[in-house]
Design a protein around this ligand. Structure first.
Ligand SMILES: Cc1cc2nc3c(=O)[nH]c(=O)nc-3n(C[C@H](O)[C@H](O)[C@H](O)COP(=O)(O)O)c2cc1C
Length: 99
């Protein structure tokens, strides 16, 4: 299984067809678009060219760049997308941050 950076059906199918993996994971896009797999990626009514998702980059506070911990940006991202999952748990819609 591979998770990370998959944003298009074409790329997912190519990875599976190559035998590099048997399962594709979707992280951040699924946190803001939980219906993405069923309604877009696996929906045969959606053409290959449209079966994709692009997210707006998260705007980090300026100090993150200067902090002496290189993984801080990843932590801030997990925090943001984790909050979106919590919104779903509370019955709210996640913020749709598609580009
Ligand atoms: C809310 C959230 C929590 C995550 N928690 C973990 C974790 O506990 N362990 C881990 O190895 N990766 C974790 N990740 C990283 C994801 O597994 C994945 O590698 C990363 O989001 C890149 O995939 P994506 O481009 O589909 O988002 C987390 C990501 C998000 C958004």
């Amino acid at each position: 299984m591979v998770t990370g950076g998959f944003r298009t059906r074409v790329a997912m199918e190519a990875a599976l067809a190559s035998g590099a993996c048997d399962l594709i994971g979707i992280g951040r896009p699924a946190a803001v678009l939980p219906h993405l797999p069923k309604e877009i990626i696996l929906n045969e009514d959606v053409k290959d060219g449209d079966a994709s998702v692009r997210l707006k980059p998260l705007v980090m506070p300026g100090w993150v760049k200067w902090a002496p911990i290189t993984s801080l940006g990843a932590g801030k991202q997990s925090e943001y997308y984790g909050e979106q999952i919590q919104r779903i748990a509370r019955g709210l819609r996640p913020v749709d941050s598609r580009a």
